[in-house]
Design a protein. Structure first.
Length: 378
């Protein structure tokens, strides 16, 4: 790994990633049955139980699709596809999967119901729940509804996380955040929801209904993480910056938005965007939160870290050259809290044309990654 100019090894973790295996998760006989936007999550009660999901095209030429769910009970060595997800009444497509678990072994799959192509109007955010390790998923529950007929307005890019630490005062909470694209110059709001009763009810701050977080009109692709102390972090891309908020009370309140990273130069290539990834973990002597951002089909990654766990400041990013694993953008890795195993997914390249653009998605693969973190302390 190369070091960026001015890198101080005493201030930053060094990550060494070694792929353990590369397993094909989905099976398809048709080259039109493409997969994209993959996600994976590990059962916090049983690290051998994984669930995954991806966009599965139903009509690739007209850009129509649903979500396919998968599960593994042997640590990702073998996979099965779950029965087809039921679409919400009135929707034609389903996209943008996000997954999380609670402390009772329930898995949650979030997705965006959409209208028919070519408009693909946003219709809101739904959640599916599985209580048998991903083998079966219940009917969709509408968490938030988009009422606008404007196809450019509505909910987009959800991400979710659960609080898996038994020592946390908010153990078992499930959190989800997403973009709410507003018309005209109103920007994009950041919307937050949570469940504290295993998915039976969803609400926003305090006892309020689901609403946007105040002070945010520049959200793009939020990412969530929960620290070992139960502190919840939400990061998002805001133009050339990465911003964040934190909640120390299980989502009752949040801090004001703050800048974590600035000076990003997003690419203008099709679907090559900066997407944030963040994890929070405890390092001996320090509580460290990480924000990792990368580009679609990444060749480079950037690591930023913030000592002390206060969430007030993040140090400048360290740019590291990484091996290109190919595939579409990876939002984050799924890690089991009691082990050092981490899992990533990628979409296998395929030469096709989607909506006039070159597509590179076919089957879904799982990469298990060992991550070794070294803290240099003075």
């Amino acid at each position: 790994m190369g070091k960026s100019k001015g890198h101080n090894p005493r201030l930053f973790d060094t990550l060494v990633k070694v792929p353990d295996f590369n397993i094909q998760v989905s099976q398809s006989k048709s080259r039109n049955d493409a997969r994209a936007e993959s996600v994976v999550a590990v059962n916090p009660l049983n690290s051998s139980n994984l669930v995954g999901a991806s966009k599965e095209f139903t009509d690739i030429q007209n850009y129509e699709f649903t979500l396919a769910a998968y599960y593994s009970v042997d640590g990702g060595l073998t996979w099965n596809q779950s029965p087809a997800l039921e679409l919400m009444r009135g929707s034609h497509n389903l996209s943008d999967p996000a997954m999380a678990w609670d402390n009772a072994g329930n898995a949650y799959l979030f997705g965006l119901p959409l209208g028919p192509a070519p408009g693909l109007n946003f219709q809101g955010l739904v959640v599916y729940k599985s209580s048998d390790g991903g083998r079966n998923w219940g009917r969709p529950t509408l968490i938030n509804q988009t009422l606008s007929s404007d196809p450019n307005v509505g909910d987009d890019k959800p991400w979710a996380v659960g609080d898996y630490n038994p020592a946390s005062p908010h153990f078992g909470n499930v959190y989800v955040a997403w973009d709410d694209i507003q018309p005209g110059a109103d920007g994009t709001w950041l919307v937050f929801a949570r469940s504290t009763d295993h998915g039976n009810h969803w609400r926003g701050l305090g006892n309020q209904p689901i609403t946007a977080l105040g002070g945010v009109t520049d959200s793009f692709s939020p990412e969530l993480a929960v620290g070992p102390d139960g502190i919840l972090y939400i990061f998002w891309i805001a133009g050339s910056q990465i911003k964040f908020m934190r909640s120390a009370d299980g989502g009752d309140t949040f801090s004001a938005p703050a800048v974590a990273v600035s000076g990003l130069s997003p690419s203008t290539f099709w679907r090559r965007q900066f997407l944030p990834g963040v994890s929070a973990r405890e390092v001996p002597g320090r509580n460290v939160s990480h924000g990792v951002h990368r580009i679609c089909r990444p060749r480079h990654g950037s690591l930023v870290r913030q000592p002390g766990g206060s969430g007030a400041h993040l140090l400048p990013p360290v740019h590291e050259r990484r091996r290109n694993l190919g595939g579409t953008a990876l939002r984050s890795a799924a890690a089991h809290g009691r082990s050092r195993r981490q899992y990533r997914t990628r979409d296998e390249p395929l030469s096709s044309t989607i909506g006039g653009q070159a597509g590179r998605n076919n089957c879904l693969r799982l990469l298990r990654v060992r991550t070794e973190a070294f803290l240099h302390r003075g």
